[in-house]
Design a protein around this ligand. Structure first.
Ligand code: 16G
Length: 229
């Protein structure tokens, strides 16, 4: 507990700056005279508190400082556009992608004809390298025949074909991150997050995408402007 408190205050007062690498377990054990089990427990607690991040193969380091960001709910924009507007660079890590037989929900929601296939892409979205959200998008394969075309921006690939959603319905609910989601987002499992699904429509009224995503609760504030009727 003493080691944990000591590291915690070093992180909070900036002696250990954001993204600094922590000494390896072995070194900390030699420095403190504590057992490696004790060291592991102390670091494990800091990971749970979101102060330290562990990456397989590259050790433990101080969690990067992230500023909360406000996301407007009144404009239909893409993740890449939102990040560009903030002067940040977006990137996508493709976690899964492929062409599948649609689920009953996809058939109904995407208005698929019989025999039509669906393309799904699951991506980790980063802004300036910081993981922000994990999103899974389903589209008719008519609009996106090759999911691997999406390197960074889905909307950009669609725009190149003259396709752009003009309207969307979004549902936001609260959720807790699973172990897998937390590892990807580099926060602690069980942390609060926002679960958002978006159904986006083309001007013709046809649904172009169904996207569900989990967004880090410690970063995102979704803001809507309200006017009296
Ligand atoms: C946003 C959208 C998502 C869309 C993506 C496209 C929300 C909640 N979701 O993340 O539905 O697929 O942007 O972004 O805003 P991209 O063009 O950068 O891939």
């Amino acid at each position: 507990m003493q080691l944990q408190r000591h590291l915690e205050s070093a992180i909070k007062n900036g002696h250990l700056p954001a993204e600094a690498t922590l000494p390896a377990e072995r070194e900390l054990a030699a420095m403190t005279g504590l057992s490696r089990v004790t060291i592991r427990k102390a670091i494990g607690q800091l990971v749970e508190d979101g102060l330290v991040i562990q990456r397989r193969g590259s050790g433990s380091f101080v969690a990067p400082k992230v500023q909360r960001m406000e996301q407007s709910l009144s404009r239909l924009t893409s993740f890449t556009e939102d990040m560009q507007r903030r002067g940040m660079t977006s990137s996508s890590e493709l976690l899964e992608s492929g062409t599948y037989l649609p689920s009953p929900e996809e058939i109904v929601s995407l208005g698929l004809a019989s025999g039509e296939q669906v393309v799904r892409i699951k991506r980790l979205r980063r802004a300036d390298g910081i993981p922000m959200a994990v999103e899974t998008s389903s589209l008719s394969s008519e609009f996106l025949p090759n999911p691997d075309d999406v390197v960074t921006s889905l909307y950009e690939v669609l725009s190149e074909q003259g396709i752009r959603p003009s309207r969307a319905i979004q549902r936001i609910s609260a959720c807790k991150l699973t172990q897998e989601q937390a590892e990807l987002l580099e926060v602690a499992p069980g942390d609060a997050a926002l679960y958002i699904d978006r159904t986006a429509y083309l001007p013709s009224g046809r649904v172009i995408e169904l996207t569900t995503g989990v967004y880090r609760g410690d970063i995102y504030d979704f803001v809507a402007e309200l006017r009296s009727a």
